[in-house]
Design a protein around this ligand. Sequence first.
Ligand SMILES: Nc1ncnc2c1ncn2[C@@H]1O[C@H](COP(=O)(O)OP(=O)(O)O)[C@@H](O)[C@H]1O
Ligand SMILES: [Mg+2]
Length: 260
Amino acid sequence: MSVALTVDNLSTGYGRIEVLRAVSLTVARGEVVALVGANGAGKSTLLNTLIGAVRPWSGAIALDGAGITGLQPEAVVSRGLALVPERRQLFGDMTVEENLIVGAHLQTRAALAERREFVFGLFPKLHDRREQVAGYLSGGEQQMAAIGRALMSRPRLLALDEPSLGLAPKVVSEIFAAIRRLREETGTTILLVEQNATRALAIADYAYIMENGRVVLDGTPQALSRNADVREFYLGLNSQSGRISMRDVKHYRRRKRWLS
Ligand SMILES: Nc1ncnc2c1ncn2[C@@H]1O[C@H](COP(=O)(O)OP(=O)(O)O)[C@@H](O)[C@H]1O
Ligand SMILES: [Mg+2]
């Protein structure tokens, strides 16, 4: 089993506030690895540190065995890691096709054409919408365009920050089916950040659970699904949506202390 990504004791924060506290994880080549946690756990901070948008305070990041700690985003992307950011972050007044071209700015012209065909093959809807301004697409189409833009750089590892956010269940299924196809057909390794643990564990080979900037649990989805805390909080056996908030976690912790 070769390793695509190693995160070793990574800490960082904003100003003097520490957000990530010695996070370690590995992603094996060709796997879908889920990182699950409540709002505010530090998931986006981790992805933004991997891509080079947030500077690490300490610790190390390696991509295919080569250190990328502290590199600028462009250098990280050129080494084979691409990020689909939270809330898509498309260029709203540019067309779908122009957004894809931005994602390919490190590619040759021939590679750009090949990648564009690949993205349109994965998301035929984007082909239909290619001349439309991204800001007017539906949420699901915007998510497809954001994934497409990241794929334009030919990543070997694709990190996705909450691709299900704000989308209807049927659209989430469509996005997740595309993620699965991407892995199966191209062997792209995937690091999937989600608050929607039910969906994430259904697709993942392995998962990490993050609370308050720390990895608190990891295992196969099967093993995690047997854990009572995971079942109660993260698999939404108490809630309709399968999503939880930090308030739920704090409430649960208080209740557990009171019961014990
Ligand atoms: N740019 C920022 N400046 C200051 N604090 C931030 C910034 N981004 C996130 N935070 C804080 O860091 C913590 C983790 O946030 P984030 O990484 O976005 O968590 P998640 O993605 O798991 O919801 C939160 O307390 C959040 O308020
Ligand atoms: Mg986030």
